[in-house]
Write a protein that binds this ligand. Structure first.
Ligand SMILES: [Zn+2]
Ligand SMILES: [Zn+2]
Length: 267
């Protein structure tokens, strides 16, 4: 089984109430060896004073935690939209010696909310296609920024689209996707296989097999696997399915970041 959950949230994230002790105990109960806590720091909200508190709270919780289990706790961060303000993103990361930096794209610009809050059922097909184009364009900007270790949940907004858009057909954006996956590979960065897609409206990992396979074809060498758990019951969820997707795409190893260095383990 795959034994490292590289994407999890605790009560330091606005959308989770999990005490770090419960997260680690849940990981131990599942037989995990590594648990990386990656609480949210959204660059947009950071300016408003909401998430700078969260970043410090998250770091303090991780740093002061007395771990009663054998699970190795790694101290990460899920940095949202770093390319919106690269200088601020770099200051956030310089504040603490993180083990792992996940970059994510939850919104297309700083005037729009997280896709989670958008009523896509009211959008026309053209509008949806345009919004997803913007999603991949902004993700490409994040990949160009390059100050992270792994790119989180590449197909995240699709889970909030009407059913017909959730069939795994990414042809309208294949050029952009190839550009960003190719650059990710060239830069030696990891692509995350996020298993929350399985339980949150997509039915498959996020991204799913064809895109993970495309990353491999374009020279990608590193994969991280994470549940994106926001509750203790989700810790370690479907990691083996994530590992199976990676193997099917041609990966024999996945990586765990410790002190920002990728450590490879056989899948
Ligand atoms: Zn996220
Ligand atoms: Zn997350």
């Amino acid at each position: 089984m795959w034994y490292a959950d590289s994407h999890t949230h605790t009560e330091a994230s606005e959308d989770s109430e999990t005490p770090i002790l419960q997260a680690v105990q849940a990981a131990a109960a599942k037989g995990l060896r590594f648990l990386t806590v990656t609480d949210h720091v959204e660059i947009v909200d950071f300016k408003e004073g909401a998430y700078d508190v969260a970043a410090e709270q998250s770091w303090h919780l991780m740093e002061s935690f007395e771990n009663p289990t054998d699970v190795r706790l790694l101290r990460g961060i899920e940095l949202g939209e770093p390319a919106f303000d690269p200088a601020l993103a770099e200051r956030v990361l310089a504040a603490h010696p993180y083990d792992f930096v996940l970059a994510s794209q939850h919104r297309v610009d700083d005037t729009r909310p997280d896709h989670y809050f958008i009523e896509y059922a009211a959008f026309s097909d053209r509008e949806i296609e345009r919004e997803m184009t913007r999603h991949f364009e902004e993700t490409l900007r994040t990949v160009r920024w390059n100050g992270f270790d792994s790119l989180a949940h590449l197909t995240y907004p699709f889970r909030y689209l009407p059913e017909k858009w959730r069939q795994g057909d990414y042809r309208p954006w294949q050029g952009l996707i190839d550009d960003l996956l190719g650059l990710l590979a060239q830069n030696g960065k990891a692509l995350e296989i996020n298993t929350s897609g399985i339980r949150k409206g997509q039915g498959v990992t996020c991204p799913d097999r064809p895109l993970v396979t495309r990353f491999r074809e374009l020279g990608g060498e590193r994969i991280t696997i994470g549940s994106d758990a926001h509750r203790p019951g989700e810790t370690g969820a479907d990691l083996d399915e994530g590992a199976a997707v990676a193997r099917d795409a041609g990966f024999e190893e996945a990586v765990v970041y410790i002190a920002r260095q990728p450590q490879s383990f056989a899948l």
